[in-house]
Design a protein around this ligand. Structure first.
Ligand SMILES: CC(C)(COP(=O)(O)OP(=O)(O)OC[C@H]1O[C@@H](n2cnc3c(N)ncnc32)[C@H](O)[C@@H]1OP(=O)(O)O)[C@@H](O)C(=O)NCCC(=O)NCCS
Length: 147
């Protein structure tokens, strides 16, 4: 079968997506911090920082972005669809370049075991900060973008 280059469509989240986004983000929650907090999610949607991949009656992926000091932080990313993570990051990089931001970066708790994913996506800057987040080891990953 021919290999398809079809990408998942990434769209702005709607106010009515807040519960579904919160449910997707639950896999990031820890004993110390609730990344899925519904008020936080609603704020991100209201501030146009939240982007989703839609499936059949459900959300398959979400990325929440934040422009910080002329760089783009990927605050949260979750994908339930093969290739969804790649497409959410591609979207994020295009979002950054459209705004002349040449740096994309994120925090990632070691427990998420996402280092291989970011490496595949070209985040060659990888630093481990021990006891960084509520006493928990955390990576910071970065990538310089080319115009
Ligand atoms: C990490 C996550 C976003 C990746 O999304 P995904 O849709 O599964 O990833 P993709 O299918 O787009 O994978 C892209 C490539 O990365 C690889 N990859 C994906 N997750 C990986 C991981 N955890 N470790 C190593 N490689 C990984 C894939 O095999 C693929 O490689 P290929 O190009 O050789 O086929 C997703 O697994 C997820 O939501 N995890 C739980 C939440 C999380 O950890 N988020 C990140 C917190 S910072």
């Amino acid at each position: 079968m021919a290999k398809t280059d079809e990408r998942h469509l990434v769209q702005s989240a709607l106010p009515t997506d807040n519960t579904a986004v919160s449910e997707l983000l639950q896999c990031l929650d820890t004993e110390n911090y609730k990344f899925s907090d519904i008020d936080g999610v609603t704020n991100h949607i209201d501030n146009n920082q939240c982007f989703v991949i839609r499936g059949d009656g459900e959300l398959l992926g979400v990325v929440i972005l934040d422009v910080d000091d002329q760089s783009l932080q990927v605050k949260y990313i979750v994908s339930k669809a093969k290739g969804g993570g790649r497409d959410l990051l591609r979207f994020s990089e295009e979002y950054a370049l459209d705004r002349n931001l040449l740096k994309i970066w994120c925090w990632s708790l070691v427990r998420y075991q996402a280092i291989g994913f970011y490496a595949k996506m070209g985040f060659t800057e990888q630093f481990l900060l021990k006891k960084q987040n509520y006493g928990e080891d955390c990576y910071i990953f970065g990538k310089v973008l080319q115009k």
